[in-house]
Design a protein. Structure first.
Length: 91
């Protein structure tokens, strides 16, 4: 697998983990189903908090990639932190 695909794998895996955990946290905070009419993206103040909490498990994913010597995927996880940070700032 080439370097770009490993980077993309790390980025997409981290974004998926953040979205899933963020959706669960959103459901717990608001009681709304986050997938009905994409409510998770319409409530910016709650969704940014949920996604920031949902990004915490990415630290474990980062260390998993590092322990398996998959450095490009670990870089993708770091890039996903940057993407999530921009979403939190601009939402």
């Amino acid at each position: 697998m080439n370097k770009f695909l490993k980077f993309l794998l790390g980025t997409l895996a981290a974004l998926l983990v953040s979205f899933v955990i963020g959706s669960v946290v959103f459901r717990l905070f608001t009681g709304l189903n986050p997938f009905v009419e994409m409510a998770i993206f319409s409530m910016g103040s709650v969704s940014s908090k949920a996604f920031s909490i949902g990004a915490i498990p990415n630290i474990g994913l980062f260390y998993l990639f590092l322990n398996r010597n998959n450095y490009y995927s670990a870089r993708g996880v770091i890039f996903s932190f940057i993407i999530i940070g921009f979403y939190i700032i601009f939402s």
